[in-house]
Ligand binder design. Structure first.
Ligand SMILES: [Zn+2]
Length: 179
């Protein structure tokens, strides 16, 4: 008799399955290039999270910023970026601010928005004058490209690591594991 092997089904999802429909919609819109609508959806998520002092308010502001910049609304986008980065500091996560800020700067430069990138660079410098070097650099980059629960694009340096193999989706809080 052969014992049936457990299904090897891609990425495991553990824990709660209560994903806000607005979050799924926002990710879907952003992934699908509907930036104005995505911006609105992430702004709503951000304000809601902020109102209840939720830990994910910063990432929602950053996504709102991305969507606005991709929609050509750079000024609104930058305001969202700054608010999100500031919120990371407020909740005691300077490394998250640092990594998110670096990523935004890279993205802005890639989009040919050098002066916007510089504004974020300067903002980050005032926000994090004494950031210690290193730490959180050697994370295993073994994640699915998108959160199986809410559909957000996952970036290894943007997620919160629960242990060495399990990360928490920054957008919905679902634990996500590599295969
Ligand atoms: Zn998620």
């Amino acid at each position: 008799m052969f014992r049936r092997r457990p299904p090897r089904g891609g990425f495991r999802k553990i824990g709660r399955a209560e994903i806000p429909p607005l979050l799924k919609r926002a990710n879907h819109l952003l992934n699908g290039g509907q930036f104005a609508e995505a911006g609105e959806a992430f702004e709503e998520l951000a304000e809601r999270a902020f109102a209840r002092q939720g830990p994910r308010a910063p990432v929602f502001f950053l996504q709102a910023g991305r969507a606005r910049v991709l929609n050509g609304q750079n000024e609104i986008g930058l305001a969202h970026f700054k608010r999100g980065l500031q919120l990371f500091i407020n909740i005691g996560k300077p490394f998250r601010a640092h990594h998110a800020g670096q990523r935004i700067i890279t993205e802005l430069n890639r989009q040919g928005l050098a002066s916007e990138a510089e504004q974020i660079q300067n903002f980050l410098a005032t926000l994090l004058p004494n950031l210690p070097d290193g730490e959180a650099e050697d994370r295993p980059p073994l994640l699915p490209t998108h959160c199986p629960a809410c559909g957000a694009a996952l970036k290894p340096d943007e997620v919160e690591w629960l242990d060495s193999v399990t990360a928490e989706c920054a957008y919905c809080g679902s634990p996500v594991r590599g295969a």
